[in-house]
Design a protein around this ligand. Structure first.
Ligand code: NOJ
Length: 556
C-alpha cells in the first residue's frame, strides 16, 4: 500500500519575491507585499508556498548569491516581517518552503571574505581554491553557467577559485566537514523558526570529483560546461543521506532538490523513501528538449511527441518508487503558454488551460509559478538594457563580442531569457499592473491591461478559475494523487492522452496541442473538467477542437 503524505496531496505555488508585490514603492517586491496577497493564494487553493531566496544578498543573481543565511534582504523587509508572513501563511492552513542555496554563497559572505584573505586562513578550505596550471591558465577548462570560465584568479593569494555560476557565487567545498556542519546548523535553525521544507538549489552539484578533471572538449572550445564531473558526483548520495540524518529525520517537512542533469534512475535513488534522502527532485529533461547541443540558447523547435515521450518516461519510472515533481515553468524558464501552448490572442486562454490539465492530472506534486494561473506570457523588450538577468546580459555581451548580430541575440532572448518569467506579477490594469507605485526594477509586460489578476478573478471563465477547479479536484479525488499512470494514443502527433486508475475509478485525460481539429476514439465516463463549454463525443468518436482538453471519470 502506497504511503500517504501531505506533500503528495499538495499543490505548490512559487513566489519570486522581487517580482511579486511591492508594498513600499521602491519598485521591488517585498515580504509585506506577499502578506497582502496571501488571501489571493488561499482562494486559489494552494497548499504550499515556495519562496525563492529572501536572504541578505548583494543581488548579483537576484538572491541566489547569499551574503548572510540568517538575515532577510533589506529590500524585502525584516526578520519581523518574515515571522509575520510565516505566521499568516500558517494561520491560513498553508505551508512555507524556503529556498536553500548552498552549492555556493555570495563572494561577500564573511566565509569567503575570510577565505580569500590568506592561504592559511581557517576558512580557506570552505571554498574550492587551486593553483594555476604551469602556463598560468585556469586549473581546468570548465565554463561558468553564466558564460566565460568557471575560475576566477584572485591576486591577493595568487590562486583561482571555482564558481560554476557567476564569479560572485563561489562554490562551497562540501568535502570539508565543517562546511557541511554549518549548512546543517543553518537548516535546523530555519526549521526551528517554523519552515515546512526546502527547495534545494542545484543540490546535485555539491559533490565534485576531487581531481576536478578537464571536461571532454571534442570541439576544442575555450571552455566547456564540466557537468559530467560534478552533477550527481561521487559523494552526492552520502551527503544527501547525511543531511537527512542530521537535519530532516523525524520532522514532517517536504524537500525538493533542483537537479539539472538528473535522469530517472538517479531520481529514484534520491527519492526512494527507504534511502532517506529527498522527497522529490526537479528534473530538466523536458525543459531541455527545445535546446540543441550548444545549450539553452541553441534553439530547437518544440515537439509535442518528444515532450510526451519524456514525461511518460518519468511518470512510469517513478510510479512505484520515488515521487515526481510536476512543472512546466519557473523563474528560470520561459512562460509555459508561450513555449508549449499558443500565446497569440485567440488561443492563449484555451492553451494555458490545456497545459494546466496536462500537468495537474499527472502523478506527482504540481508546481504553479506566479502568474501562470493568469496565463502570463513571455515578453519582448527591444533593447538589451531593459533586461536585468545576469545570464542573459552575460550571454549577450559575450556573443556580441564574437560578432553575432543584435537581432539574432534578441530573438534567442525572446524565446529563452529568464526575464520572461520575471516581469512583475500583473495584479490589475492600473499603472505598472498594480505591482508598484514606484518604478519597477524590471518593466511590466505591456499586455497587463488584458492579462491581470483583478480581471481574472472577476471572470468565471478565466485561467485563474480553471486552476482553482483543477486544484480542488486534486484535493477531492484520490485517483489524481495516487492513481497509476498509463499513456493512451501514444503515437498521435497532436494529442497527449493518458489514463489514471485507482480502486475502480478511471480517469482519461485528452490534451490537444493542435490549432486544428483532431478526432480520437472516445472513452466512457462523465466529464470531470474541460476547457470548452461542451464536448463533441459521438458514439465511438471524440472530436477535439484547437487546444481542447477534457477529462473523463468512469466509476466501476
Ligand atoms: C538555479 C536557480 O534556480 C537559478 O535562478 C540560479 O541562477 C542558479 N541556480 C544559481 O543559484
Amino acid at each position: 500500500m502506497e504511503q500517504k503524505r501531505w506533500w503528495k496531496e499538495s499543490v505548490v505555488y512559487q513566489v519570486y519575491p522581487r517580482s511579486f508585490n511591492d508594498s513600499n514603492g521602491d519598485g521591488i517586491g517585498d515580504i509585506p507585499g506577499i502578506i497582502e496577497k496571501l488571501d489571493y493564494l488561499k482562494e486559489l487553493g494552494i497548499d504550499v508556498i515556495w519562496l525563492s531566496p529572501v536572504y541578505d544578498s548583494p543581488n548579483d543573481d537576484n538572491g541566489y548569491d547569499i551574503r548572510n543565511y540568517r538575515e532577510i534582504m533589506d529590500e524585502f523587509g525584516t526578520m519581523e516581517d518574515w515571522k509575520k508572513m510565516t505566521e499568516e501563511i500558517h494561520r491560513r492552513g498553508m505551508k512555507l518552503v524556503m529556498d536553500l542555496v548552498v552549492n555556493h554563497s555570495s563572494d561577500e559572505h564573511p566565509w569567503f571574505v575570510e577565505s580569500r584573505s590568506s592561504r592559511e586562513n581557517p576558512y580557506r578550505d570552505y571554498y574550492i581554491w587551486r593553483p594555476a596550471r604551469a602556463d598560468g591558465s585556469a586549473p581546468n577548462n570548465w565554463a561558468s553557467a553564466f558564460s566565460g570560465p568557471a575560475w576566477e584568479f584572485d591576486e591577493k593569494t595568487g590562486e583561482y577559485y571555482l564558481h560554476i555560476f557567476s564569479k560572485k557565487q563561489p562554490d562551497l567545498n562540501w568535502e570539508n566537514e565543517q562546511v557541511r556542519n554549518e549548512v546543517y546548523d543553518m537548516m535546523t535553525w530555519w526549521l526551528d523558526q517554523g519552515v515546512d521544507g526546502f527547495r534545494m538549489d542545484v543540490i546535485n552539484f555539491i559533490s565534485k570529483e576531487p581531481e576536478l578533471p578537464d571536461a571532454a572538449n571534442p570541439d576544442n572550445m575555450p571552455v566547456v560546461f564540466g557537468g559530467e564531473h560534478f552533477m550527481n558526483g561521487p559523494r552526492i548520495h552520502e551527503f544527501m543521506h547525511e543531511m537527512h540524518e542530521r537535519v530532516l529525520k523525524g520532522r514532517d517537512v517536504m524537500t525538493v532538490g533542483e537537479m539539472p542533469g538528473v535522469d530517472e534512475k538517479e531520481a529514484i535513488r534520491y527519492t526512494s523513501p527507504d534511502r532517506q534522502e529527498l522527497d522529490m527532485v526537479f528534473q530538466f529533461e523536458h525543459v531541455d528538449l527545445d535546446s540543441g547541443p550548444g545549450g539553452k540558447w541553441d534553439l530547437r523547435p518544440f515537439s509535442m511527441p518528444a515532450l510526451r515521450d519524456n514525461l511518460v518516461k518519468w511518470q512510469k519510472a517513478l510510479e512505484k518508487e520515488g515521487w515526481n515533481s510536476l512543472y512546466l515553468n519557473n523563474h528560470d524558464q520561459p512562460r509555459m503558454v508561450s513555449r508549449f501552448g499558443n500565446d497569440s490572442g485567440r488561443h492563449r486562454v484555451r492553451s494555458a488551460k490545456m497545459l494546466a490539465v496536462l500537468l495537474h492530472m499527472m502523478r506527482g506534486t504540481p508546481y504553479v509559478y506566479q502568474g501562470e494561473e493568469l496565463g502570463m506570457t513571455n515578453v519582448r523588450f527591444h533593447s538589451i538594457e531593459s533586461y536585468q538577468d545576469i545570464e542573459t546580459r552575460n550571454m549577450y555581451a559575450e556573443m556580441r563580442n564574437e560578432g553575432v548580430p543584435h537581432e539574432q541575440l534578441m530573438e534567442q532572448i525572446y524565446v529563452k531569457g529568464r526575464d520572461n518569467a520575471r516581469t512583475p506579477m500583473q495584479w490589475n490594469a492600473e499603472k505598472h499592473a498594480g505591482f508598484t507605485d514606484g518604478e519597477p526594477w524590471l518593466a511590466v509586460n505591456p499586455n497587463f491591461e488584458e492579462i491581470n489578476a483583478q480581471s481574472a478573478v472577476a471572470d468565471p471563465n478565466s485561467v485563474y478559475h480553471f486552476y482553482r477547479r483543477l486544484i480542488h479536484l486534486r484535493h477531492t479525488h484520490d485517483v489524481i494523487v495516487y492513481g497509476s499512470f498509463d499513456v493512451l494514443l501514444e503515437d498521435h502527433p497532436d494529442v497527449f492522452a493518458y489514463e489514471r486508475v485507482l480502486d475502480g475509478e478511471r480517469l482519461t485525460v485528452y490534451c490537444s496541442f493542435s490549432d486544428q481539429e483532431a478526432a480520437v476514439p472516445a472513452e466512457a465516463g462523465e466529464v470531470l473538467i474541460r476547457n470548452y463549454s461542451d464536448t463533441l463525443r459521438d458514439g465511438n468518436q471524440l472530436t477535439l477542437r484547437p487546444y481542447e482538453a477534457v477529462v473523463f471519470l468512469e466509476q466501476n
